[in-house]
Write a protein that binds this ligand. Structure first.
Ligand code: NOJ
Length: 554
């Protein structure tokens, strides 16, 4: 294996497929694995290196498949095991890697382990795989502690015992159908190691680890001083809390980022490394302060950790410069590559977050070019490359448990999960011949892949061009472990211009102001996020909210 092969994950473009919304092949209104196979040519042409598949495992689908009832089988809504095997092979034949999700914090209450736990008595070996406890109060009617679910409501549910009397409580940090696993129990470790090997044996190239910071819990029988405040602080969109309040609550969360998680990842790393080729892992871990992220990517732990700063990025030169510097500086202490995420299935779509409409699109295009020029790995959420916006869905069609558990106060994440428009005029834009599980806006023709392929200035073509230059320009190649921190140099062009160079011969200029700017620069324009960028006599004209890539080598 050549060096660039073995380091593929350090500088990859990784595309997130949310299978339920990607491509339906059998007309049931939900995407499936055969649908993904049918779109591999599209993904190859887009210029990505790897596909991350959100869960397709057996699941009652109460939380979009993140409620796993059998992690070593395929849910019939997505196909069969044979389809998964075919997809892995076909992706590899296209030169694309496959990363799958692993969900170790919880099992669905439909998992056989949970079902058998319900029919065995308190204190049994079967219950010890989860967090079952007696309640407090005279009749055990008060939950074991006062923690709140991240999805809203209490973090505990009470079960009826075999005699029909209400009995013990079990912990669920998310939906009540997602029972938290007890990672103090060696059986849980063994089962997940079996799942890792199962998919590694099938040839997957890596894992995205769901709630990677959550497995170890501490002080489980102790009340938290402000459980509701803590849940609000853990959300992305807290508007009603001061920064100091938020930071103080997040400084010590008894169920997140405990020391115990790291031994688990050391064991997992040994498993990944025991397989041929390079198998990688990326942690979904929200940690505070962010400097603690480095602990997950020490050389004997995981390969990457998502950096979510850009999910919240303000349209501001200072914000971005700080976020970029901090991220690069933190991960390079442990020689891990930075990662960049503009949106995903849990967050608002990029165009919507940046204001929506024409302005949102313009800024999103500029943000994409900034992101694609950074060192490290970039994650693209399906439909991001089409500039899709969140869909304002009627409440009757919503499916996210967040919507239900907050009694509609939080609309949830369905708006970003609406299926992909492939064709301009076909029924349901070619996503499905059946009724899509979430309705697709009538006016999405212009956003469809087919229409965007025809217009050289489309969002899709911008992504194709930037991902292609990212692969070929000598300055944007993988960084060896020891020099990520020196891979980018800030340039000064005024307060509202974000500018950096990368060697050899690459300069990025992004105009954050509302007006056109003239800048003195030598070089040749490689790519611009908007039309109208011109270069004449050593001077670049950069319209408002526009990013431009310049080749400065002669
Ligand atoms: C993070 C996943 O991305 C999200 O979709 C899910 O709801 C939670 N983890 C719980 O598994």
């Amino acid at each position: 294996m050549s060096d660039s092969q073995s380091l593929w994950w350090r500088n990859a473009a990784i595309y997130q497929v949310y299978p339920r919304s990607f491509q339906d092949s059998n007309g049931d209104g939900e995407g499936d694995l055969q649908g993904v196979i049918s779109r591999l040519d599209y993904l190859k042409e887009l210029g990505i290196d790897a596909i991350w598949l959100s869960p397709f495992y057996t699941s009652p689908n109460r939380d979009g498949g993140y409620d796993v009832a059998n992690p070593r089988d395929v849910d019939p809504r997505f196909g069969a095991m044979q389809d998964a095997e075919e997809l892995i092979l076909a992706a590899h034949n296209h030169g694309l890697k496959i990363i799958v999700d692993i969900v170790p914090n919880h099992f669905s209450t439909d998992h056989p382990w949970f079902k058998v736990a319900l029919s065995t008595p308190p204190g049994s070996r079967e219950r010890a795989r989860f967090h079952f406890y007696d309640g407090r109060g005279v009749n055990g009617e008060i939950p074991p502690n006062n923690w709140c679910s991240i999805f809203g409501g209490p973090a505990w549910s009470r079960i009826p015992e075999s005699d029909g009397i209400k009995g013990q409580w079990y912990l669920h940090l998310f939906d009540s159908t997602q029972a938290d696993l007890n990672w103090e129990n060696p059986e849980v470790h063994q089962d997940f190691e079996k799942t890792l090997r199962f998919w590694l044996d099938k040839g997957v190239d890596g894992f995205r680890i769901d709630v990677a910071h959550g497995l170890a819990k501490e002080e489980i029988l102790k009340d938290h001083r402000d459980p509701e405040g803590l849940t609000r602080a853990l959300r992305l969109d807290v508007g009603d809390m001061t920064r100091a309040e938020r930071e103080s609550l997040l400084a010590d969360v008894p169920f997140f980022d405990r020391e115990g998680v790291h031994d688990i990842y050391r064991t997992w790393r040994r498993i990944f490394d025991s397989y041929p080729g390079t198998r990688m892992s990326v942690a979904e871990a929200w940690v505070h302060p962010s400097s603690r992220a480095t602990r997950y990517v020490r050389s004997d732990e995981l390969h990457q950790i998502f950096n979510f700063d850009f999910l919240l990025a303000e349209w501001s030169v200072d914000f971005l410069k700080q976020a970029i510097d901090k991220t690069i500086q933190e991960v390079s202490q442990v020689s891990a590559p930075p990662t960049w995420v503009l949106c995903n299935h849990d967050s608002p779509r990029l165009v919507s977050r940046l204001g929506g409409g024409k302005m949102g699109e313009t800024k999103a295009r500029a943000m994409a070019l900034i992101t694609h020029a950074l060192p490290g790995s970039v994650y693209v959420f399906q439909g991001e490359e089409l500039g899709l916006e969140d869909v304002n869905l009627p409440d009757e069609v919503r499916q996210d448990p967040v919507f239900f558990r907050t009694q509609g106060a939080d609309k949830g994440r369905d708006g970003a999960r609406v299926p992909i428009p492939w064709h301009a005029t076909d029924i349901n834009f070619g996503f499905s011949s059946g009724n899509p599980w979430l309705p697709m806006p009538k006016n999405w023709s212009e956003k469809s892949v087919a229409v965007q392929q025809l217009h050289s200035d489309s969002f899709l073509n911008l992504y194709k061009k930037s991902l292609s230059i990212r692969r070929s320009h000598p300055a944007l190649q993988p960084n060896q472990a020891d020099n990520v921190s020196q891979s980018l140099e800030w340039k000064i062009f005024g307060d509202e211009i974000l500018a950096f160079s990368r060697n050899p011969g690459f300069l990025l200029l992004a105009n954050f102001s509302d007006t056109l700017q003239e800048l003195t620069v030598d070089g040749e324009i490689l790519l611009a996020s908007q039309p109208g960028v011109t270069h004449k006599d050593g001077s670049i004209t950069l319209p408002a909210h526009t990013t431009c890539w310049i080749n400065t080598s002669r």
